[in-house]
Ligand binder design. Structure first.
Ligand SMILES: Cc1cc2nc3c(=O)[nH]c(=O)nc-3n(C[C@H](O)[C@H](O)[C@H](O)COP(=O)(O)OP(=O)(O)OC[C@H]3O[C@@H](n4cnc5c(N)ncnc54)[C@H](O)[C@@H]3O)c2cc1C
Length: 574
């Protein structure tokens, strides 16, 4: 169905945001025959539409006040920066596809003030069924790595898997990825066309997917449709089952109502057009906030007084999920990091059960980044090219005979590419201290965040030590994140918390099904619901939580349960 259709005046369940939480919720409810409306502020990005040229990329940021309606939504708080996405599919459009479950023992954590140990109200037992269902539906798989899979052999992965530093970590293993590496016959194949899913595509019939081309561009949006992002999977399934999905439609507030038909919320929306916007409202019986950690917490903080939410937990327990970016440089040989999906493998450091457990993953980057690196190197390509031009000009002036063959000069300019060949980012994440608070400034309109690295220093120290061991395993040197170290700030792509669920020591904003304690009919279903870091990349846990919440919503006695049609797409071939 077209994504720019008229908004319905009312709906049974209105879902704000279409990331992992919103998409899984929408698909499960629509499959069960419920009337679902998904409102997403960003645009749709079908395969092939992600910009790559400087003009397109410069516009691909989210700031409607400045006329920007693009995909990258970059936040800068006092001590931490965050990158999230705006678009149909949310963070799945730019994520690196890793789908890891939360470590079973990590549901126990130090309290935010570090004085005690607490237990999440949610456990692995609550999530396992949903981890399995999401993993299966998204056909999560590892990079083909058998002896016959020569096209998929990546030097950085092979060497990472062979490494055995004695640093308290488990050996590297291949990461579970929501990427299609196999063709319709299940055979590993690079860039093979894929037959569409039986449930079609939310983007319409003209868009096709193919298997991974190993271009390293996952974080810019996959133009091949090889990654199983939410738009090509769960949202397409929701669309197939009749969900009403709307892009460029931003929720700006909601108020309580009570209609004879049972509507509890009047939801105000701003519909973005080129150069203008219009405002509308939609009535809903149930409202699900799935606008991401920052988006949902912001919306709930804005409505705090309207709904008399005096729970002191709102805004608390923000964490960057321990994100830390470090670098290997001068590694032996060519790591060829421009080839492959961005992340291929990980090392797990279980920690001591109370803290400091972490994951470290290899990272790749697009080929143009390698060229930029070579260009930017001190005394790099630009300087050498200028030197060649000047030397030939000088030869002219002095009347020297010129060699018409430029091969060796060009080779010298390109050098041997060793700088980029031996350079690899390392992505660390894990268990930092969830002691940040999200709040609104005095104007009541601007989100603030007081999380700082100070209380998590021991964790980040351990991270740096382990990254250094990995760098030396590659025969290279470790460069820490200079911004993090000199300016005491980190950048996260995995923000969590703000609308936390209960722990055994603290009442949260929501329960383990995402129900907002003080507002009947309202749920939160995204990264904001966790009372601490997930540890590994969080998307699988967010998706699993959303499925748990959706099944609970369907079972609500006063919501009624429609007959569940046969789950025709629940068991796709792997
Ligand atoms: C570069 C990068 C790489 C990553 N790699 C991985 C990875 O490999 N594995 C992993 O697990 N995670 C990864 N992540 C993190 C992952 O993307 C997020 O954890 C995940 O997307 C969060 O899901 P969510 O449902 O909480 O919200 P989001 O995915 O953030 O979705 C929220 C949606 O709500 C929309 N929205 C916000 N406000 C409103 C509003 N007022 N009205 C309407 N719509 C609204 C947003 O536009 C967005 O589409 C990565 C992130 C980045 C940036």
């Amino acid at each position: 169905m077209p994504l720019d259709k008229e908004l319905p005046p009312d709906t049974e369940v209105l879902i704000v945001g279409s990331g992992f939480g919103g998409s899984v919720m929408a698909a499960e409810l629509a499959k069960a025959g419920r009337d679902v409306c998904v409102l997403e502020r960003g645009r749709a990005y079908p395969p092939g539409s992600f910009p790559r040229d400087p003009a397109g990329v410069s516009l691909n940021f989210w700031d409607p006040a400045a006329g920007l309606h693009g995909m990258f939504d970059v936040w800068s708080f006092d001590n931490i920066d965050a990158i999230v996405a705006s678009g149909l599919g949310g963070g799945s459009l730019i994520y690196a596809n890793v789908m890891l479950p939360k470590d079973e023992s990590w549901f126990t954590q130090p309290t935010p003030d570090g004085t005690a140990t607490e237990q999440w109200a949610l456990t692995r037992r609550h999530l396992d069924e949903h981890y399995g269902a999401v993993t299966e539906f998204l056909r999560v798989q590892t990079l083909p790595n058998g002896p016959a899979d020569t096209a998929f052999q990546l030097p950085k992965t092979t060497r990472f898997l062979q490494m055995r530093p004695a640093d308290g970590g488990e050996p590297a293993v291949l990461a579970p990825l929501a990427v299609r590496f196999r063709d319709d016959d299940g055979l590993p194949s690079v860039g093979a066309p894929l037959t569409g899913e039986p449930y079609g595509s939310v983007h319409g019939p003209g868009y096709h997917r193919r298997t991974c081309r190993l271009c390293g561009e996952c974080d810019l949006g996959c133009n091949d449709g090889a990654k199983s992002s939410m738009d090509t999977t769960y949202l397409s399934l929701a669309d197939h089952h009749g969900a009403s999905i709307h892009t460029r439609t931003e929720v700006i507030g909601f108020t309580p109502i009570s209609t004879e038909e049972g509507h509890l919320f009047d939801v105000r929306v701003r519909v973005h057009h080129e150069g203008s916007s219009t405002e509308r409202s939609v009535k809903a019986k149930r409202l699900v906030l799935a606008a991401g950690t920052l988006g949902s917490t912001y919306l709930l903080l804005r409505q705090q007084d309207t709904f008399n939410i005096d729970n002191g937990a709102l805004g608390t327990r923000f964490s960057g999920n321990g994100d830390y970016l470090g670098f290997v440089h001068s590694a032996d040989g060519d790591l060829a990091c421009t080839k492959g999906p961005v992340i291929t493998a990980y090392r797990h450091y279980p920690g001591d059960g109370r803290g400091q457990g972490m994951y470290i993953e290899d990272a790749g980057y697009p080929a143009f980044a390698a060229w930029l690196m070579q260009l930017g190197q001190a005394g790099g390509m630009a300087v050498d090219a200028m030197r060649m031009v000047l030397s030939r000009k000088l030869g002219d002036v002095l009347g020297r005979r010129k060699d018409p063959n430029l091969a060796s000069e060009i080779n010298r300019i390109l050098k041997d590419g060793s700088f980029s060949a031996g350079f690899m980012p390392l992505l660390g994440m894990g268990r930092d201290r969830p002691d940040g608070r999200l709040s609104l400034d005095d104007s009541g309109a601007v989100l603030q965040n007081d999380w700082s690295v100070a209380t998590s220093e021991p964790y980040f120290d351990a991270m740096r030590t382990r990254m250094a061991a990995i760098a030396s395993g590659f025969g290279g040197e470790f460069t820490p994140n200079l911004i993090a170290d000199f300016f005491d700030r980190v950048i996260t792509v995995h923000p969590v918390g703000g609308c936390p669920m209960d722990t055994n020591l603290a009442a949260g904003v929501i329960d383990t099904y995402g129900r907002v304690r003080e507002v009947p009919g309202l749920r939160v279903c995204d990264g904001s619901v966790f009372p601490g870091p997930i540890g590994p990349n969080p998307s699988l846990t967010i998706a699993a939580f959303a499925r748990r919440s959706a099944l609970n919503l369907l079972a609500e006695p006063d919501f009624g349960r429609a007959p569940h049609p046969a789950d025709e797409f629940g068991q796709p071939p792997t």
